[in-house]
Design a protein around this ligand. Sequence first.
Ligand SMILES: *Cc1c(COP(=O)(O)O)cnc(C)c1O
Length: 403
Amino acid sequence: MKEINNSTLLKIADEFSTPLYVYHGEKIIDQYQRLKNAFPGVKVHLHYALKALNNINILKLLKQQGAGLDAVSIQEVQLGIRAGFLPHEIMYTPNCVDFEEIKEAVELGVTINIDNISTLEMFGNEYGSTVPCCIRLNPHIMAGGHSNISVGHIDSKFGISIYQLRHVHRVVESLKINVNGLHMHTGSDILDADVFLRGAELLFDAAESFPDLEFMDFGSGFKVSYKDGDIVTDIEEMGGKIAEAFKVFCTKYGREIALWFEPGKFLVSESGSLLVKANVIKQTTSTVFVGVNSGQNHLIRPMFYDAYHHIENISNAKAAPRLYSVVGYICETDTLGYDRKLAEVREGDVLRIKNAGAYAFSMSNNYNARLRPAEVLFYENKAQLIRKRECLEDLTRNEIEVI
Ligand SMILES: *Cc1c(COP(=O)(O)O)cnc(C)c1O
């Protein structure tokens, strides 16, 4: 797979200005195909978790590849439908939402995933056996790189505890609920197949008492590379093991059902770069800061999750490396990278911050009344604007002046 080279990125920065998100279409397709083909002999459906990046063009690109969607809010469901997904291609996995929102999703015809016993009761009372649903179980497996992204542990608010299965059954049986799927999502940054397999075994056991399953959904959490030498999920090895275990399960279950995953980060993280400009070089007694025209308002992951995002100086790439702390222009300590070796940075240079495809634009905000950057898709050798840069009016649109 060919990456977008620095000179192309510089041209894009020049044409569309900075700060700027640039996404590489072919990289997304490549990741999709890699995952899709990692489970030999099993019917796999990939539902893209659009909370990672929801630009309509990214959604359409993945739809063309055959992906479905995983939506966590009714608005995400609506964005999916707007992008051309059929309702049945969308899985709706809400947490702590008003039951009215679930009713809205049922009316739209999407697949419903339920993660709370009281919601299951409401669902059964409302629909009985007329509308099927999936149940999100929490297998209590500790996984994930950071406690904020590990959602399967014992204190997590997500899913129905696997220890409450008996209660689930009483509700399902008495209200005649048609359970068509079982789901788990243990968190992000899972490193090895064994974590998935441990969760999977628990779901396989649970499945024995749900005779009408059409699919089993193992969520996501595949770890991608953030820097050279990073340990990443070996998708092919993991896929082989899971496919094997799943086939054994299907034989035992008595028929073949579908295997679903909901990747977000895996599909789009590496495709994205945030291009920023070095506004100032600031020498202090302890370090040299590069202050850029961006910050936690455009990429919050370093502050939120202690995430490492690789940074390169693409304007002066051949220069000798020096040590810098790269910081944003927000009135917060928004350090994008501590003690980074960058090719000597001059004021005005363009820096590339990598892995800005997932949870970058989608977590961006207007703190300090800063505007969100534009988004550009580089696909089939063309760079096209896919979202305009915000303007001041975007900030004040809903304001009502009463004084
Ligand atoms: C966030 C989320 C995902 C995607 O997680 P990634 O780590 O981005 O792959 C999948 N499923 C559910 C239910 C989620 O909340």
